[in-house]
Design a protein around this ligand. Structure first.
Ligand code: AMP
Ligand code: GLY
Length: 424
């Protein structure tokens, strides 16, 4: 079959690499893709947030049998609904289910209604009311813009002054645009974080192996929030007891809650979780694969990804076994100088002799005059497997050192955190 993959980052390159291994997949198309994806797929230059234009393109290209929607924005805009209504097969939740990521106010309300453990919160649409609340609430406090803000609409405020400034920036100055029309003011939680992703068809839930992201730009979790500067898998503290707790108290209740609301979720549900002193709690939901989590998850997947996608579309996920390699995988993101704020594009990328088994996931790259150049903030994910996280980490960094472009920066501490957290 011929598959169209929507998206253009490292996550999509990892998805395309996994699909390429499937005996079921003949040809892959990618909208819009990047230079790495372009080596495996035919690139299609259509704006994937224009859902009608994507629908028209798929209608016109009868050879496409299946479409995988990877990023959050086209899902929130209803691309799955648009393609389904035109009779096409898709992977990705409908708009009414993608809201679990697209609106923090919705997801907080859902968790409250169905007793899913999360931080306590209040939601405000009125600046004066939010201000009055923040003047007396416990500090630190967390402010979240309601809508999608590329992972950047969250402010952790250590002082009351910061919190009052934050409310003003979001609600009056519209720093995150309309995402800040509504703001969630949330209790500050502490503990190690894990990205627990699961495949679901609304009837069953099959967790993937776990991973840990590094959202801040610099070592020791300093600097601004980014889309993610690196990941490792598995989370060292996530043992059988935790897995059972998450399944029983968080994953299954979320699937059931979405069904009860008439918003059946089919796709990948991403649970951003924190291990607090009161147990595992949900920090956020995403309606899709994570980036760069996917870069360390899919290389470890032994089962045919296309088979899983189709099983979800056809609601027979319960019938298939999903197998993972044991061992570990680490992904170090190479970013453009200045990312996540202002950065230049078009810098030539050069490579030394990389190890054969290192996996490169292209994010912001393109070909220009026969040369590979940077084309975004996050440029490449350098991924390596090993028997342990330490082994994978050493291999990833040994290869990172063989890659360069002007201004390149990366974190040197991916794969170190949580080593000392007790595994339960
Ligand atoms: P989010 O976009 O909701 O994942 O938030 C971005 C990051 O902010 C998370 O990965 C956490 O590190 C942090 N964060 C979000 N909510 C809280 C909270 N209630 N307490 C502490 N940290 C939080
Ligand atoms: N790495 C975080 C995310 O994909 O949202």
């Amino acid at each position: 079959m011929n598959v169209l993959v929507i998206g253009n980052g490292g996550r999509e390159h990892a998805i395309v690499q996994a699909l390429k291994k499937s005996p079921k997949v003949d040809k892959i198309f990618a909208m819009k893709g990047n230079a790495g994806i372009g080596e495996l797929a035919e690139l299609v230059n259509v704006n994937y947030c224009d859902v009608k234009a994507v629908g028209d393109w798929v209608d016109a290209h009868k050879e496409i049998d299946y479409t995988v929607i990877a990023p959050d924005d086209p899902l929130a805009l209803g691309l799955a609904d648009e393609l389904e209504s035109r009779g096409h097969r898709v992977f990705g939740p409908r708009k009414n289910a993608a809201i679990i990521e697209a609106s923090k106010a919705f997801s907080k309300e859902l968790m409250k209604k169905y007793n899913i453990p999360t931080a306590k919160y209040e939601t405000f649409s009125d600046y004066e009311e939010a201000k009055a609340y923040v003047e007396t609430c416990d500090i630190p406090v967390v402010l979240k813009a309601d809508g999608l803000a590329l992972g950047k609409g969250v402010l952790i405020c250590k002082t009351r002054e910061e919190a009052l400034d934050g409310i003003k920036e979001m609600m009056l100055d519209k720093k995150f645009g309309s995402a800040g029309n509504k703001v969630v003011v949330e209790e500050f939680l502490e503990g190690p974080e894990v990205s627990a992703l699961a495949f679901t068809d609304g009837k069953s839930m099959k967790p993937m192996i776990t991973s840990c992201d590094h959202k801040r730009a610099f070592d020791n979790d300093e600097g601004l929030n980014t889309g993610g500067m690196g990941t490792f898998s598995p989370a060292p503290f996530y043992g059988e007891k935790t897995e059972k707790e998450v399944m029983e108290k968080i994953m299954i209740p979320t699937m059931n809650a979405m069904n009860a609301e008439g918003r059946t979720f089919k796709g990948v549900l991403y649970f951003g979780l924190m291990k607090t002193k009161d147990g595992m709690k949900v920090i956020e939901y995403n309606s899709r694969f994570g980036d760069p989590e996917t870069q360390v998850l899919l290389p470890m997947l032994k089962t045919d990804l296309m088979e899983i996608f189709e099983a979800i579309t056809d609601e027979r996920l319960a019938d298939i076994d999903i197998e993972w390699e044991s061992g570990a995988c680490v992904c170090v993101v190479l970013a453009s100088g200045g990312y996540p704020v202002a950065y230049e594009k078009g810098k030539e990328i050069t490579f030394g002799d990389l190890d054969k088994d290192v996996i490169l996931c292209h994010a912001g790259t393109k070909m220009k005059d026969g040369k590979l150049v940077t084309d975004g903030g996050r440029v490449l994910g350098v991924c390596a497997k090993g028997a342990t996280i330490e082994e994978a980490r050493k291999k990833a960094y040994a290869n990172v050192e063989k890659i360069s472009f002007e201004g390149m920066h990366y974190r040197k501490d991916i794969g170190i955190k949580y080593r000392d957290v007790e595994r339960e």
